[in-house]
Write a protein that binds this ligand. Structure first.
Ligand code: ADP
Ligand code: MG
Length: 226
């Protein structure tokens, strides 16, 4: 299962005119690979992820998520597609302060109307996969920034997404922790065969990803060597 964007253009209202956030963007991300999209602030990276996630409908172009052509889908169908097939890792973890680490993951199951109690083994397995097996009962204030980001990543994998979209996951971390988070994302992409897109303004650590494309003023450039 892959993620395919074809000739996607997205504009936002901007006074009397419109601002072009994405300009004829095409991107094909095979399962089990991680593509990095690198560009400065304001170049359209988050917009690209929002369109890939079907959170925002582009003006033109096509988005295929895990084999489903999303043109013309109702918002309910898009919500169901996101819930079942898309994992989104936002820049900020947005953890719920009152929940323990394992409960943060189990909330995802609640949203998909599966049994929350039955989800505990999977949540614990994912915490183990991100190196937090021994922190399952901690609440966010008892965890470091890097640990909270790992929970954010594990939570996005709870519903076994085919497509994983990651927005600047290392921006709030130091160099060493940033490298560890990228290693983790690469390992999970391979193990769980996700089609992963990671956007970042930071070219550090990108030597091991499967592909790197540059983004500037809403346009993607051909693969650039890191
Ligand atoms: P990046 O993630 O690379 O910083 P964004 O995708 O957030 O870039 O933004 C791309 C451009 O679109 C910027 O000029 C930004 O100001 C503009 N933009 C983003 N979101 C909106 C919005 N909801 N309404 C209007 N303009 C927006
Ligand atoms: Mg952004």
């Amino acid at each position: 299962m892959t993620l395919i964007l074809t000739d996607v253009t997205l504009t936002y209202p901007d006074g009397d005119t419109r601002l072009t956030a994405l300009d004829r963007v095409s991107l094909d991300v095979p399962a089990g690979t991680l593509t990095a999209v690198v560009g400065p602030s304001g170049s359209g990276k988050s917009s690209l992820l929002a369109v890939a996630a079907t959170l925002v409908t582009p003006d033109h172009g096509h988005v295929v998520v895990a084999g489903t052509q999303t043109d013309g889908l109702s918002s309910a169908d898009k919500a169901a597609l996101r819930r079942d097939h898309v994992g989104i890792i936002f820049q900020q973890p947005h953890l719920l302060p009152s929940l323990t680490a394992v409960e943060q993951l189990q909330v995802m199951t609640h949203l998909s109307r599966r049994s929350v109690r039955a989800s505990r083994p999977r949540a614990l397995d994912l915490l183990d996969a991100v190196g937090l097996a021994d922190k399952a009962d901690r609440r966010p204030h008892q965890l470091s920034g890097g640990q909270r980001q790992r929970i954010n990543i594990a939570r996005a994998l709870m519903n076994e997404p085919a497509v994983l979209l990651v927005d600047e996951p290392t921006s709030a971390l130091d160099h060493e922790r940033g490298a560890a988070v990228l290693d983790l994302l690469l390992g999970l992409t391979r193990e769980r065969s996700t089609a992963t897109v990671m956007v970042t303004h930071d070219r550090a650590h990108l030597d091991r990803v499967d592909g790197t494309v540059g983004m500037e003023d809403g346009r993607l450039s051909v693969s650039t060597p890191v």
